[in-house]
Design a protein around this ligand. Structure first.
Ligand code: FRU
Length: 497
């Protein structure tokens, strides 16, 4: 008899996702490229591995895959917690916070004021600056710089607008309980004038948090610029709990007008699946984009967890990974603009590959080449089966099922027997996303890590991201059909670590 080894908690530490050494993290903050480094600041509890003592942790990377943890960047104190926000490169020192020789990086964050503060109970926007490339930060003495006397005004994302209306800084932030994105403008990052607001619209089943607004060419055409407004909401995602939605439209420097609003005002529960979701899985939240990225690439990253069970996931001493970084683009599909997403990966990591073509599947068929950390690329052609797909991270007792039901037009992830699901009653689930055939086939790119699976379906038009906590022995991959046959046109399994 072979002994079944219980997973050691550290076994879940991701190989190709960021997690802090021994502390809690949530939202990515202040994502920026600056002088050869990508900076990831994040909501961090420097003193524990559950939410609290919110400060900005910090990590850096040159390739967006491997990250080096740095000392805490902006720490909470007796007056305020440092909630989510962004960082801009103030190249022309509009803020005057530079030291005369070096232009500053300026962080715009939410001060969540504590009882000791004269602003107790208020959330307002504050500044900190760095003139050493983002490693050490000073708080601005005039904080807060934007106060609406609101208890739920947070998560400022600031960018440089340069268009027909002029050149200035724009802030998008939320009035979380009102399902409203509020927009302000500034010339110096210190004094802000109200521009407009957007919402409620589409999904309003929770609070709105962590917005972003950025331009992208439609279908690669630089003459067809559209603006994408992303808004995270919690709870109220399409499969429960935290999730991110987006709107596509026009921004004239003052007002955002959506072309993709399905419901104005309160959401229509029956239409939840018609809204545009950044990701359909349970574990992709607080997604936000990087500033100052070379070549105009739009890169996004999210917290790979869900507030429903986030504080309870069975990892130790750290808790919560970030998602992979994704490059997003805008394409017209079925007459409306949609985001497509591709994971940023290091081509040098794509070494040991096992490839198959033209496999007939009728029932269960295991394949060699599985692993705990890998990229699985598969194209299915439907046959008579009403469902087909793969089981990954399998060991005979458990596995995560990734299936396609062509009749219903659904992609599904079943993590009910994926490993440890008992740590929280809301974790075990079968989650689905809409999926349509393209040229009669379904293609999936699946990134598997020690505690996650990120699926990019049909060229990244649909993504579905989920945490899983399998036994380390679960490295098997098998193909399956139910109720008939299907064909695998191609399958590549590439070991990533
Ligand atoms: C989103 C969020 C933000 C807030 C931060 C606090 O996950 O609730 O709205 O700024 O987390 O940690």
């Amino acid at each position: 008899m072979t002994a079944v080894t219980a997973p050691t908690r550290e076994a879940f530490r991701p190989a190709m996702h960021y997690a802090s050494k021994d502390t809690w993290l949530n939202d990515p903050n202040g994502l920026i490229y600056y002088e050869g480094n990508y900076h990831l600041y994040y909501q961090n509890n420097p003193f524990g591995n559950v939410w609290g003592n919110m400060s900005w942790g910090h990590a850096t990377s040159t390739n967006l895959i491997t990250w080096t943890e740095q000392p805490v960047a902006i720490a909470c104190d007796e007056y305020e917690d440092i909630f989510s926000g962004s960082v801009v490169y103030d190249q022309h020192n509009t803020s005057g916070l530079g030291d005369g020789t070096v232009a500053p990086l300026v962080a715009i964050y939410t001060s969540a004021y504590k009882e000791n503060s004269q602003h107790a109970g208020i959330q307002a926007q504050s500044l900190a600056w760095s003139t050493d490339g983002g490693y050490t930060w000073s708080k601005y003495h005039g904080n807060p710089v934007l106060n609406r006397s609101s208890a739920n005004f947070r998560d400022p994302k600031v960018f440089r607008y340069n268009g027909p209306a002029g050149a200035y800084w724009v802030m998008v932030a939320v009035e979380a309980l009102d399902f409203t994105v509020v927009m302000y403008r500034s010339d110096d990052l210190k004094s802000w004038d109200y521009l407009s607001s957007f919402g409620p619209a589409n999904a309003t089943g929770g609070v709105w948090e962590c917005p972003d607004l950025f331009p992208l060419p439609l279908d690669g055409n630089e003459d067809l610029i559209r603006w994408v407004l992303t808004v995270n909401l919690n709870p109220g995602g399409p499969n429960g709990g935290s999730a991110g939605q987006y709107f596509v439209g026009e921004f004239d420097g003052v007002t955002f007008r959506s072309e993709t609003t399905v419901t104005e005002g309160d959401q229509d529960p029956a239409r939840l699946t018609e809204y545009h979701w950044l990701d359909w899985g349970r574990d992709y939240y607080a997604a936000v984009s990087f500033s100052n990225v070379p070549d105009g690439r739009r890169l996004m990253m999210a917290w790979m967890n869900n507030w429903q069970y986030g504080n309870d996931i069975p990892t130790s001493p750290w808790r919560s990974p970030m998602s992979l970084v994704r490059e997003v683009s805008l394409v017209t599909s079925e007459g409306t603009p949609h985001l497509t997403q591709q994971a940023v990966i290091d081509p040098a990591a794509l070494t040991r590959t096992v490839a198959y073509t033209e496999l007939d599947v009728d029932g269960i068929r295991s394949v060699a080449g599985g692993g705990a950390v890998q990229l699985i690329e598969v194209t299915f052609v439907p046959g008579s089966a009403d469902e087909f797909g793969l089981v990954i991270r399998g060991n005979g007792n458990e596995g995560t099922r990734i299936g396609i039901r062509p009749g219903d037009g659904r992609l599904l992830v079943d993590r009910t027997v994926s490993g440890n699901t008992a740590f929280h009653g809301a974790f075990s689930s079968i989650d689905t996303a809409p999926l349509r055939a393209m040229d009669g086939a379904y293609s999936l790119r699946i990134f598997v890590d020690h505690c996650s699976v990120e699926i990019f379906a049909q060229d990244g038009e649909v993504t579905l991201t989920e945490l899983i906590f399998p036994d380390p022995s679960g490295t098997g991959v098998s193909l399956y059909t139910s109720g008939g046959t299907a064909k695998v046109a191609s399958l590549r399994l590439t070991t990533l670590a």
